[in-house]
Write a protein that binds this ligand. Sequence first.
Ligand code: NOJ
Length: 516
Amino acid sequence: MQNMPKWLNDAIFYQVYPQSFCDSNGDGVGDFNGLISKLDYIKQTGFNALWINPCFVSPFKDAGYDVQDYFKIAPRYGTNEDAYRLFDEAHKRGIHVLLDLVPGHTSDKCRWFKQSAKPERNRYSDRYIWTNSGWARPEGYNWVTGNADRDGTYMLNFFLNQPALNYGFNNITDQSWQISYKDKRVKPTLNAMMRVMRFWLDHGADGFRVDMADSLVKNDPEKTATASLWRKVRKMLNAHYPEAVLVSEWCNAPVAINKAGFHCDFLLHHNDKLTDYAFYRHDETGVSTAYFCKIAHVSAYNMLRRYSEELQSTKNNGYICVISGNHDVIRLSSFLDESERKLAFVFLLTLPGAPFIYYGDEIGMRYIPQRSKEGGFHRTGSRTPMQWNREEPNCGFSTAPASKLYLDVDRDPDSPCVEQQMKDGASLWSLVHSLTVLRHAHADLQADGEFSVVECSDGGVLCYRRGEHTFVLFNPTDTEQVSTVCIGKKLFELGGVAEKNGVTTLAPQTAVIFEK
Ligand code: NOJ
């Protein structure tokens, strides 16, 4: 791949929601020193790259996706020096660190916005999207009126407190206030965002996961203008930070990678995408039709159709990142039971591209429905504290009284925890660990290795080839199935596989990785 940092080929990412990972100072909220203390765990599990959710000064109306100061770590997580030490300590262990860049909007508490809201013209007047009348509410986007002295309404990018930064418009429908994305008045917005990137890269960060990367230029249905801005960013990185990585939250790899120049694009849980077919799908009555649901008995054909096309189209340009979940979706454990999740992890960790595992999914943490916190709404239940052990208070997450915790830990006596699973060779953690070891040791299984489907039966048997010699074979169903594929030297086996008279029989819920 051209201009691709080499480290990405063998990267297995771990997503850390910092407020819920490890609290070192007993205030009930996770922090950087806590995260540093867990780097050995992360390394031992086999994760060699991190994505940390936004950790900058913020009023936290959207868990930090409402940035107030892009250059300063939120005090609840520590100081900038703690972040620099995190980069150092991670690098010592061979772990790369991505921060979360929110380029589409800021908090309405951001200094840029406060300046922009002033009626007197100043250098921030065009930093956000304003109409030219305090009464205007043009169609197609959401507007705030009556909240500033400036005679205009401002556009929102997400929640009420997240005004849209101004990267201009592609199709201009009203000349009186819409500015072209090519106009010099909006150039400072992208420059400001590039300054943010350079600041953190200069201090040791290895790149960014980019929030709502497709949302920059407005009235840009084909995303051509938005893509042209990202290409400028990529050019800057290629020239000055060739080892840095940008991962887009776009979920359209051909556009994000081929047109906008991202190194990687997330494959989210959207309808008709691979993770939807693999983990989440239901019929109208709520019965799972997901490929890894053992009673679903569905072919892998639909799951792989678009994915294979997108893989083909982005080959040589960048990677598609399949995720186990994230802070926006209900945890995987609500959709698949443990035996099903084990097969799902074999899948996740043997696909090309760079896999992303959401903290706690490696032990099967549960979704805990509860009252919304920091704009989480239904997402809050997937953001509860990491469960390290059963002996310490709050499962080892924090020494704070339970009432002070960011969110309560899962207090069910059967809830999973790290220490217990690390001791149990049959646990989900142990399976994830053995798969990360295998992936790191086999170039065929890494990001660059070719992917082609060898068998895809109506009954659910799936076999794909990775690289030159490595194959992955599944029977996700609760019944025995036969395959036309002959097994070679086994590298990994879950369930059971037998060959007799040229027939390969797969026990229920089997996954085999082998070399030929
Ligand atoms: C996507 C993020 O993942 C989500 O958590 C956030 O609320 C929105 N973007 C807005 O930034």
